[in-house]
Write a protein that binds this ligand. Structure first.
Ligand SMILES: [Zn+2]
Ligand SMILES: [Zn+2]
Length: 599
């Protein structure tokens, strides 16, 4: 398998194109028409002519997603290979082919209707709820005379901040266009990305970033200083001109994404800088803008006089770089080196319209510790510990406390059902670090809040009475908040699991097998009891489309399906993990299991 990065010659060629935008603009494209669908369940010829009003419903529910994904993936693999070889003319042709393929359009629409904001309409008020609407949307998706509508601006209040944050909502059609062009842009971004960038990358997570920091900092002789970088309003300030000059995608479409403007109080405001808010393409654009910091640091600190990167050279400065979206850290042997690295990064950012926040960009000694992605990294007596950050514990406690306050008159069962997913989510996130102590703290805090909740409900009853009404004993554990049928999850009973290490040289489009295996193994580690057995039985693959399931996705994206429709029947033979779209399709086409799970 070809190694993707880092390769100096490849970078040079990438730069040639990225530095010379006209190269991309002048590259010729072959013209292709919408590929006719050759799938049995879909019309064979041009879908535009064949589909009548009654047909789309049947077709959306009969899409062979395996075929659709294979087709799109094949093109993405070809794009990746072309990028690695520096064949930018071919990259451009393949990108065109992909963004004009009907399969890619179907996939783009599917992504939009699965996304979290699927119930929030843009400025045109349109939502795609029915199978007909979804199919029509895919058929209509086109760059011909494409004009993005302005974003609908709303203000949302963040839990722990008093200031309201503006949010832009694109229309469904604009979201789908961004999703479609992301399908072509992402393989390019993956193949040219900084090696230690982890945010919004395929198959990479905050946990991989955490692991990488551990690797850089765990030894006695590791760097002692950390530059904590904070880019001022990164997404809002990236220069449009820089993006238009440097992002290898169709310029008129990109211009539409960037210049859509937004509407607030019935007034249209232009957007002069930044990536499109609320759009699927934004994280990719931001990543591509920030890619390259690693190279400038390597050139300065890792290369010897002969131009080669050597370990002894690295050892001199101990400079390492880890980025998650627009958050990053740089390690350094001394404070001076960290200061110097900061200046280098400042210059790099300036050309992109960005700057570091002077107040929030900090120099920290590892003995004082720093927070990153919800964790605290700190050395105690020379040993590195990663724990859930105080802020993160505070946030989850506040969230739980708010719910319990709201639930003064709820049943105990309703309260447990609301709290359990929050506790599971939070402990899952932290289960790979040194978290036992923090989990016990959370146990105690939750107990306290619940005790007050229970006392307030029964002011006339004795403590003993209250205790027996809401708490029971389970095995060796007393004080289990339980109805007898359902019980509250206890944070401290979460087992600590070491994170599955990621090989940083693997490319998600070229090393499919590696990532499939990794996901399967991650599932075996993360799940337990019968869920683990179910996962193992299906080898981490969805039996409907035969493609792997992403264990790191939200639970609602990989629902557990009850084969016979009976939710009380928890036998392993009755349970199966599916993709959310396969699940939906299964229920839509198979009336027998219609009353099974909510879709
Ligand atoms: Zn599936
Ligand atoms: Zn189901």
């Amino acid at each position: 398998m070809t190694k993707v990065r880092p390769s100096i010659t490849l970078n040079d060629e990438t730069d040639k194109l990225i530095g010379n935008p006209s190269a991309w603009n002048e590259l010729k494209c072959i013209s292709v028409h919408n590929k006719a669908i050759t799938n049995n369940s879909l019309p064979a010829e041009s879908p535009r002519e064949k589909l009548t009003n009654t047909q789309p419903k049947a077709t959306w529910n009969n899409i062979d997603w395996h075929k659709v994904e294979e087709h799109v993936n094949r093109l993405q693999v070809r794009i990746t290979k072309a990028v690695i070889k520096g064949k930018w003319n071919l990259v451009k042709r393949l990108s065109y082919l992909l963004t004009h393929s009907f399969y890619a359009k179907l996939l783009a629409v599917r992504k939009v209707i699965q996304n979290k904001g699927k119930r929030t309409a843009g400025i045109d008020g349109k939502l795609w709820k029915t199978p007909e609407a979804k199919m029509k949307a895919a058929l209509k998706l086109s760059d011909k005379r494409y004009k993005a509508k302005p974003l609908k601006r709303v203000y949302i209040k963040k839990e722990w901040k008093s200031k309201k944050r503006p949010l832009g909502i694109p229309t469904m059609n604009d979201r789908a266009m961004q999703s479609l062009y992301s399908l072509a842009l992402n393989p390019i971004a993956e193949a040219t990305s900084d090696k230690h960038s982890f945010g919004f990358r395929k198959f990479r997570s905050t946990h991989d970033a955490c692991e990488q920091i551990f690797r850089c900092m765990c030894r006695k002789r590791s760097a002692h200083w950390i530059l904590e970088g904070d880019i001022k309003g990164c997404f809002d300030h990236i220069s449009h001109q820089w993006l238009l000059d440097n992002i290898p995608m169709d310029k008129p479409v990109l211009r539409q994404f960037l210049k859509a403007g937004f509407v607030f109080n019935r007034t249209l405001f232009p957007t002069e800088a930044g990536t499109p808010q609320g759009g699927l393409v934004s994280p990719i654009l931001a990543n591509m803008t920030l890619d390259g910091i690693e190279d400038i640091l390597a050139n300065k600190y890792h290369r010897g006089k002969n131009g080669r990167i050597t370990n002894s050279q690295r050892e001199k400065h101990k400079v390492n770089f880890v980025r998650y979206s627009d958050d990053f850290i740089v390690t350094a042997k001394t404070k001076e080196i960290a200061e110097e690295a900061k200046e280098l990064i400042k210059t790099f950012l300036k050309s992109k319209g960005l700057e570091l926040s002077e107040e929030k960009t900090l120099m920290t000694h590892i003995n004082d510790g720093f927070d990153f992605l919800g964790w605290n990294f700190r050395k105690y007596k020379g040993k590195l510990f990663i724990k859930p950050s105080k802020k993160s514990l505070l946030k989850v406690t506040e969230k739980i406390s708010k719910i319990i306050k709201k639930g003064t008159s709820w049943t105990q069962e309703a309260l447990i059902k609301t709290l359990n997913p929050i506790i599971t989510g939070w402990t899952n996130y932290h289960q790979s670090v040194v978290a036992k102590e923090t989990f016990s703290k959370l146990d105690y805090r939750i107990w306290n809040i619940l005790w007050n909740w229970a006392k307030r409900r029964h002011p006339m009853k004795s403590h003993n009475w209250i205790r027996h009404k809401y708490w029971g004993t389970k095995g060796t554990r007393h004080w289990v908040f339980s109805t007898g049928i359902i019980q509250l999850k206890l944070p401290s009973s979460k087992k600590i699991v070491r994170h599955t290490i990621l090989s940083l040289d693997k490319n998600p489009y070229l090393d499919k097998e590696y990532f499939t295996n990794r996901q399967y193994n991650q599932g075996l580690k993360k799940l337990s009891g019968k869920f683990k057995k179910v996962w193992d039985k299906q080898k981490g693959t969805c039996p409907i489309c035969n493609l792997p399931i992403d264990i790191n996705a939200d639970a609602e994206e990989r629902p557990l399906h009850y084969k016979n429709g009976n939710h009380e029947d928890n036998r392993i033979s009755n349970l199966i993990y599916l993709h959310v779209h396969c699940h939906r399709q299964n229920h839509a086409t198979n009336s027998k299991s219609n009353n099974c799970c909510p879709t």
